[in-house]
Design a protein around this ligand. Structure first.
Ligand SMILES: [Zn+2]
Length: 460
């Protein structure tokens, strides 16, 4: 049944817009960093088709006019051992699968977009867009071929590192408790360099959010394509290692890239009392669970945590969208209007007093208007700049693929053409097969495999 509906929609995309969602603005709104819980699509509360507990679900996107979001395949940093890396590979595979399940389950509301033109087409046709970004390339399991697999699964940016150094890059927040130096002694590693080069060749954006300054400088030198910071704000306004100095902002812009300012309270403003209160609350919640450390994935939704956060929000409120727009204005002042965008970091710690979830997205647009941004400028900040960078990254990749032999990918010969709507399973070294929805142009992505011999099978 769903299949018939979908086929009709593909045939008449501009007549049959998705129900319940009408693009609210002339411009596209893109949020480049939305985390998903470990059990995304696994429980009613974490099903984005429902009025869910999550800060981003389809209804909130539709109501708030958030047209497109990068859903993030994040894994926490672990030890650099084979066993821990294998676990990270598995965790990433589960999140890829969950995102694909979302677009399979709700094809009349949200579509996977693996190319900038698809984001634009989805918006015109009245669909939301889901893109995929990877946070912490630790989940490559130190195997470059998995980058190809992730690309095939739709990932279009690769965040090199998270909290704690990994096998690619030093972190802006090193794991000093386990002996990592507070100031990075190195930037990118040999493997990290290969990942950047391969991402350039695949057409995947390289994301330096969470990287140390030394690593950002290395990436700027290595990458032949513009780079992004998928969720980082200004260090001049809020001195935090996760934010970017004016020098780095200028350098990223000079290479044509974009800084997606992040709406995470403690990166927007210092808030020492609020942070101390949250730390104490987390400690209490962890102790109650008989754990040494607070674990966001398993403890953030506990009633004690929620009740405690409610009190803290009343006593020490988060910054506002106007405070957030100060960061955007600062980046514009330093780098120009073409090099800034927006990321919420929702479900990953993000949120402001008046942008608590995707349903309140219009508040950001209003704050931009209050700050004097024109419609044309708002369009750039809300997604135009990101799409420009993405297109440039695609162009750089296309020229590299034309120039180089042998190609990164070889086509799989199938008796039937890989197009239209369907599902295929990818075994591309991600630990286990991951189902891939390949309607709307993903077909060519589905029809490739890495040279390492990672396979692909087609289901009817
Ligand atoms: Zn992050």
């Amino acid at each position: 049944m769903k299949r018939i509906v979908l086929a009709t929609l593909i045939a008449m995309p501009f007549i049959c817009a998705g129900p319940g969602y009408a693009a609210q603005t002339d411009f596209l709104t893109i949020d480049t960093h939305v985390d998903i819980p470990a059990d995304f699509m696994g429980t009613p509360a974490h099903d984005p088709g429902n009025d869910s507990e999550m800060q981003v679900d389809l209804g909130k996107m539709e109501r708030g006019g958030l047209d497109a979001a990068f859903f993030v395949v994040y894994v926490p940093q672990g030890p650099l051992t084979a066993k821990s890396r294998a676990k990270a590979v598995e965790q990433a595979a589960e999140k890829f699968e969950a995102i694909h399940r979302m677009v399979l389950e709700y094809p009349d509301r949200i579509r996977l977009a693996t190319r900038p033109d698809q984001v634009v087409a989805n918006h015109k046709a009245g669909y939301l867009s889901a893109m995929i970004g990877v946070e912490n390339a630790y989940s490559l399991g130190h195997d470059l071929n998995r980058l190809d697999a992730m690309y095939a699964l739709g990932a279009r940016y690769i965040g090199l590192v998270h909290i704690g150094n990994n096998g690619l890059c030093s972190s802006s927040l090193p794991d000093t408790e386990h002996g990592e130096p507070a100031v990075a002694e190195h930037g990118i590693t040999g493997f990290g360099r290969k990942v950047v080069e391969r991402a350039n060749r695949l057409g995947m954006m390289v994301d330096i959010s969470h990287a140390s300054d030394a690593c950002v400088r290395d990436v700027l030198e290595i990458s032949d394509a513009p780079i992004i910071a998928s969720h980082s704000s200004s260090r001049a306004l809020r001195d935090h290692p996760r934010n970017l100095s004016d020098d780095l902002i200028r350098a990223i812009a000079a290479k044509g890239g974009v800084i997606q300012a992040v709406a995470l309270g403690s990166y927007v403003a210092a808030l020492p009392k609020r942070r101390a209160a949250i730390r104490a609350l987390r400690q209490r919640v962890a102790e109650k669970q008989e754990q040494d450390e607070f674990d966001r994935e398993t403890m953030a939704d506990l009633p004690a945590m929620k009740a405690g956060m409610k009190k803290i929000n009343e006593r020490y409120p988060l910054p506002s969208v106007d405070d957030f727009v100060d960061h955007i204005e600062h980046i514009v002042k330093v780098a120009g209007i073409d090099h800034v965008g927006i990321a919420s970091d929702f479900n990953g710690g993000g949120g402001l007093r008046d942008w608590q979830n995707a349903a309140q997205t219009q508040n950001v647009t209003e704050a931009l208007r209050r700050a004097g941004f024109s419609n044309k400028e708002i369009a750039k900040v809300w997604g135009g700049n990101l799409l420009r960078v993405w297109r440039t990254v695609e162009r750089v990749a296309a020229s590299k693929q034309r120039a180089a032999a042998p190609p990164v990918h070889e086509e799989i010969k199938t008796s039937a053409p890989l197009q239209g709507e369907g599902v295929c399973s990818i075994h591309a070294g991600l630990g286990r097969p991951v189902n891939l929805h390949y309607s709307w142009g993903i077909a060519s992505d589905c029809g490739i495999r890495s040279k390492s011999g990672a396979g692909l099978e087609r289901k009817a």
